[in-house]
Ligand binder design. Structure first.
Ligand code: MN
Length: 363
């Protein structure tokens, strides 16, 4: 049997959920290996599912380039109008995997894709077999996609948070910009000699300051830090080593102790930064019901909350921004290149191909 016939037969069952041909030009570019035309001519392309759902369709694109021994990830969001409002819960996970392989030559992702939307964004490792990224994305949801391709055995680990419909609400923007601020504050403070737990505390401080500015918290941020309020909103560690494994080894060599405090105990390293270390910087603010309930039941923490405003955020989910960086002699270099500001994300999702400038991040 001819190879293309085999593919046609294999793909036949998928055709009912696919409406992809319109996006074919976008999947082809000068850096695209000549695999697709060979294996998926014409009508058999229909299995590249374009994630039909209510409202416009979001597609992910990206490109990996080797740079200085590290994997440098370039990616962008593209936005496609889709007139069919059918709610078929097809996972963007599959689209990303296809993209990594066809455009980046990567057979594998570094870990199971985490594709959260709505309240699921508060589930830190959503996407496992028991929750296989199959929630239908709704208009008005925030999405949190934590996905990374593996290139020549090196892992990447990148999280983008964005509104499903392409436009941030005021509340979504406020939380997103709080996380972006902590991410950028940490990156601009990183340099050799800096103690990683101090960066975690710095991110906590920025989050609490911003949540106070929003009105969700009130009182002294120093007092909030004393009772570990930061860990209610960011219960995971700020970031981890990245290399051959996505959570690379060497975080706690002999003589480096884990800090037994909320949030900090989840750090995968408590080392001082050194040139050449590759880490993720991945602050997040999440509204996790059981952590909020626990905080409200503890008078030492409950006193800081504005209950009325907190109620507004109860089903918000969460926002995480995850960058990959390498520590240099004087600071750090940013390896990720994705739209990050509210303006960049909204412009990208409105179809502007070059809506953001890669930030060198070099110091
Ligand atoms: Mn990570």
């Amino acid at each position: 049997m001819h190879q293309s016939q085999i593919h046609r037969d294999l793909l036949q069952p998928c055709r009912t959920v696919s409406l992809v041909l319109a996006c074919l030009p976008r999947l082809q570019c000068s850096s695209c290996p000549p695999v697709m035309p060979t294996f998926f001519p014409g009508d058999t392309l229909t299995f590249i599912v374009l994630w039909p759902r209510a409202g416009p369709v979001l597609t992910l694109t990206g490109e990996l380039q080797p740079a200085q021994g590290h994997s440098r990830h370039r990616s962008a969001f593209e936005y496609e109008d889709h007139s069919d409002p059918s709610n078929i819960p097809v996972s963007p996970h599959s689209l990303f995997q296809h993209y990594c392989y066809s455009r980046g030559g990567m057979r594998h992702t570094s870990y199971t894709c985490i594709c959260c939307s709505g309240e699921n964004a508060a589930v830190l490792h959503y996407g496992h077999a028991g929750a296989p990224n199959d929630r239908t994305i709704k208009d008005g949801d925030m999405c949190l996609f934590d996905m990374g391709g593996e290139y020549y055995c090196f892992a990447s680990d990148i999280t983008c948070s964005f509104p499903a419909n392409g436009k941030f609400t005021e509340d979504q923007k406020a939380i997103y910009e709080a996380v972006l601020k902590s991410c950028r504050t940490v990156m601009s403070t990183m340099k050799p000699g800096v103690w990683w737990p101090d960066m975690h505390r710095l991110a906590d401080r920025v989050h609490l300051e911003e949540l106070t500015r929003i009105g969700l918290l009130r009182g002294s941020v120093d007092a909030m830090l004393q009772v570990h309020l930061g860990a209610v909103f960011m219960p995971h560690g700020l970031g981890h080593f990245l290399g051959l494994d996505v959570h690379d080894v060497g975080g706690y060599p002999e003589g480096v102790e884990r800090i037994d405090e909320p949030g900090l105990r989840s750090l995968r390293t408590a080392r001082h930064l050194e040139p050449g270390m590759v880490l993720t910087v991945e602050p997040g603010i999440y509204f996790i019901d059981h952590l909020l309930d626990q905080a409200l039941a503890d008078p030492a923490q409950a006193c800081f909350f504005n209950h009325e405003i907190l109620q507004r955020f109860r089903n918000f989910g969460g926002v995480r921004i995850e960058e990959d960086v390498v520590v240099t002699n004087s600071g750090m270099e940013l390896l990720t290149c994705v739209p990050r500001t509210v303006e960049e994300i909204e412009a990208c999702m409105a179809g502007c191909d070059k809506a953001f400038m890669p930030s060198s991040g070099t110091k």
